[in-house]
Design a protein around this ligand. Sequence first.
Ligand code: PMP
Length: 429
Amino acid sequence: MNATDLERRRQAACPPGVAVQTDRFVQHAQNAEIWDVDGRRLIDFAGGIAVLATGHRHPRVIEAVKQQLDHFHHTCFQVTPYESYVTLCERLNALTPGAFEKRTALFTTGAEAVENAVKVARAATGRSAMIAFSGAFHGRTMMGMALTGKVNPYKAGFGSMPGDVWHVPFPAEALRVTEDDSIKALEQLFKTDVDPRRVAGIIIELVQGEGGFYVAPQDLLTRLRRICDEHGILLIIDEVQTGFARTGQMFALEHYPVEADLMTMAKSLAGGFPLSALTGRATLMNAASPGGLGGTYAGSPVAVAAALAVLDVIKDERLIERANALGQTMVDRLNSLQESIASIREVRALGAMVAVEFSDPATGLPAPEIAKRIQQCALEKGLLLLTCGVNGNVIRFLFPLTTPDAVFEEGLALLEEAVRECGQTDRPR
Ligand code: PMP
């Protein structure tokens, strides 16, 4: 069935709340390429939203999954445990930054890891309030949505949010918010709205994913750590999008001189199989009572098998180095494009987490229509791109770190063409 017919069926069968970014229906995919039902090829610079660090159908991931399927595919870990779950927890305890005793619990989605981070933080501190940042994205569940710092489309129409969640602005030059502004807002919050002795945790993405790929300044984290220590608040790092080599370190936190109390992970962890994890200090993680954490599918043996293979591939194929190399190449190319394209306001990156922000050069105002136009233009040329940002004026790149040089180069050339053809404003610089 062709894409036009499938699109008609989609609209008749699925609600618009589950929005789709393209009208291409996938037929098959391999590494950094996708072929749709009409035989059109796409170079994948979206990576299933940061899920495919190891690419589509990495042979070692597929082999691990097939082997697991030949043994068992579900028991529920809480009913009949299995070794691979424990092995993955051991590996994550060792891999995540922080030389202290840790525990890990596995879940299914990123939002679920976030929900459980809040539960653990509350159980461990006996406090309820949570602080997050504007522009943050932490998931579509009730608490994930409450912590998320963007109304449209994530909160609009969904009624009152779970209580005791507070936001402070995330610092970003492009948003004209300084680090001092963020810290002052936090101090103000403690004076006017919430007693810091009631705050269980502060949750932060080190590079805001959906929010626009703004990188948290190092000093912000040092200051947050100090404030957390002063008031007995837990520092929770959401590495759902930044984890697993994406930023040129195994975890973005390795770029920072602080330790986290809890860390959430998902996406590239299992290379496309639904799996998430919450890792943290043993003393905190052990606070929830037996049976309080978990889930029927949490830590599915199939996804766990994939994750163990993903961790091996990241190491054996040196994907951390690869992330830095590919990220740098892309940044260089975007920087040279910026010289001739006036609407490019900023190119920013941490490793392979690269983004380009568009604004109207005359007014300086965000230009979401340009980002959208380039995305569409690139799609027609065979390149899959994602937008993001509180204002929707950012294109972000989340290509597989296994993308071969030739395919990457082809993708960059298509990107340049799309930006040149569709990234111009009518106004001169
Ligand atoms: N946290 C962050 C930082 C994310 O980027 C996302 C997903 N975009 C989530 C949480 C939620 O993950 P999921 O969609 O798997 O629930």
